[in-house]
Ligand binder design. Structure first.
Ligand SMILES: NC(=O)c1ccc[n+]([C@@H]2O[C@H](COP(=O)([O-])OP(=O)(O)OC[C@H]3O[C@@H](n4cnc5c(N)ncnc54)[C@H](OP(=O)(O)O)[C@@H]3O)[C@@H](O)[C@H]2O)c1
Length: 275
């Protein structure tokens, strides 16, 4: 038994990438196999995927087939990389083909480290974000030196249907992650806080949640469609002595702008630390 695409860590992000590939027929289910950490997760992963995709737990000797796949998607949490490395070193590889490809989603794990572990593979780092779930994601890609043109096209096939793809030097990937990949959590927190404020000011919860969400959505669309600088949009809304400038003054005195900047810098530093 062999498979074309082996997924190491069949969790949330791997499934976001994998399901569209299967839906579009880029891979048949029987060409895909994956491995999860715990036996208890096998059934759950199978239920999320089309029939025919094979799923193994990491301690199952049959999981060998995943490691031997010519294309590997590495999607475990960075803290599980040591366990993956241990497994990989125990794998008795079938004659490795020269064009093995490893796509890593791991935050902070650089190409040098990946290349040292997966010695027979061409490696690429991919940093997607969760709006990929609705086809509105962003993915940053940094290529290893040995990657071929054909492999680049193949990797793009994984990410273009769910996200806009940006090719970046690896040195920019931590900052990309800190904004684009962690960003949906910051924005969700802002949406929640805005809704809480509206509830405190007297609106019912459901209406407040809806208004917060629509305000973020509409603002984002307006910035994009009219190609506005954020400062221009702020100035359009804030009239002299009005409600908005009063609120903005409050935000500035609470240090919101600086807190957001520091959050992005801290996330980028954490990503570098994980390396
Ligand atoms: N979520 C995001 O927004 C996002 C964005 C960009 C990048 N990423 C990156 O994507 C990666 C995956 O994130 P996620 O959110 O998808 O995590 P997740 O849902 O927790 O999935 C991790 C998967 O790895 C499996 N696993 C754990 N130990 C393993 C081992 N030793 N061998 C094989 N599989 C093992 C887990 O199985 P068990 O459940 O059985 O332990 C699970 O299926 C991370 O490196 C993260 O940095 C995530």
């Amino acid at each position: 038994m062999s498979c074309s695409l082996g997924v190491i860590g069949l969790g949330r992000m791997a499934q976001v990438i994998l399901l569209p590939l299967l839906e579009r027929g880029d891979f048949r289910p029987d060409q895909v196999c994956g491995v999860v950490g715990q036996k208890a997760s096998v059934q759950n992963a199978k239920e999320q995927l089309p029939r025919g995709v094979q799923v193994f737990s990491s301690d199952d000797p049959s999981s060998l087939v995943v490691w031997n796949a010519p294309i590997k998607l590495l999607a475990v949490k960075p803290q599980h990389l040591d366990a993956v490395e241990e497994m990989w070193n125990q794998v008795d590889m079938e004659a490795p083909s020269s064009d093995q490809l490893l796509i890593s989603l791991l935050a902070g794990v650089n190409l040098k480290r990946l290349g040292a572990i997966f010695t027979d593979c061409s490696c690429v780092r991919a940093v997607p974000n969760t709006p990929a779930l609705v086809g509105a994601g962003l993915t940053g890609l940094a290529w290893g030196d040995e990657i071929t043109y054909e492999q680049k096209l193949l990797v793009e096939k994984f990410f273009k249907p769910i996200s806009e793809v940006l090719e970046l030097p690896e040195t920019q990937l931590d900052a990309f992650l800190a904004l684009a990949s962690s960003g949906p959590a910051y924005v969700a927190l802002i949406a929640e806080a805005l809704a809480d404020g509206a509830v405190a000011a007297g609106l019912p919860r459901l209406l407040a949640n809806y208004l917060a969400h629509r305000t973020l959505f509409g603002t984002s669309l307006l910035l994009k469609e009219k190609a506005l600088h954020p400062g221009q949009l702020k100035d359009m809304v804030a009239s002299p002595g009005g409600t908005t400038i009063t609120a903005l003054r409050q935000l500035e005195s609470a240090g919101v702008r600086s807190a957001l900047m520091e959050a992005v810098v801290a996330a980028a530093e954490r990503s570098r630390e994980l390396a």
